[in-house]
Write a protein that binds this ligand. Structure first.
Ligand code: TYD
Length: 213
């Protein structure tokens, strides 16, 4: 079996930049690696992502949102993640089940135990070996995310969650920190306020340690 690593954090925490750099690093070391993301990762998942992140006039109830994120995950695990792990690859995944616990659970207020049950069902109880949490004050992350959105053209904007208020994003940060506290063996919390290069050094350190285990 390969190694399953997830990258998590609030909006604008820099995890997507770091996952790209980490994939390059592993490739240069000749370590077979697959980089993927949620929601997305499969053709069906990308359709669901488009629906979830560009809602237009449609109102999604939190329960609907939960089921769409987890539906995308069910497909992703079976079609992409498990086969890659069975081939012995390192799978680097931008968000996974923890994002649902935090966004739909701690922030939207859906029942945490119901989400845990649903996550276990759709993932066939697959858990990451390592989760790197990029922690950052919400104000800093949101400023970065808004600058990024301003640079994008209208057609490629995915801004649904950046539009939520500060209190929502604070719940996300606190939710992630709580999960990290509950599962200290799996989580590594990184202070995401550092430079891209320094953060990447820390990411590589954690990846190398997990690969040695
Ligand atoms: P992502 O592409 O990681 O956005 P960003 O790179 O801007 O952080 O995630 C898309 C959005 O979907 C993000 O706002 C978090 C949200 N999300 C959930 O609410 N629940 C989930 O289960 C997942 C995977 C993502």
């Amino acid at each position: 079996m390969g190694l399953f690593v997830t990258f998590e954090g609030i909006e604008g925490c820099g995890k997507t930049t770091q996952i790209l750099l980490a994939a390059d690093y592993l490739a240069k070391r000749g370590i077979p690696c697959l980089r993927t993301e949620e929601p997305g990762g499969t053709t069906l998942g990308r359709k669901l992502r488009e629906m979830l992140l560009n809602r237009g006039p449609f109102i999604f109830y939190p329960e609907t949102e939960l089921l769409l994120f987890t539906a995308a995950r069910a497909q992703h695990v079976r079609e992409v993640i498990l086969p890659a792990l069975e081939e012995g690859k390192v799978v680097l995944c931008d968000r996974f089940a923890d994002a649902t616990l935090v966004y739909q659970g701690y922030a939207r207020g859906l029942d945490i135990e119901a989400i845990r049950f649903l996550n276990a069902f759709v993932t066939n109880s697959l858990k990451p070996d390592l989760t790197i949490l990029f922690d950052l004050p919400v104000e800093v992350g949101l400023n970065r995310a808004r600058e990024r959105i301003a640079r994008l053209n209208l057609a490629s904007r995915e801004d649904r969650f950046e539009e939520e208020d500060l209190a929502f994003h604070k719940k996300i940060r606190e939710g992630y920190l709580l999960l990290a506290h509950q599962e200290k063996d799996r989580f590594r919390v990184i202070d995401a306020a550092g430079s891209i290069a320094n953060l990447q050094d820390t990411v590589r350190f954690h990846l190398d340690s997990a690969l040695r285990e």
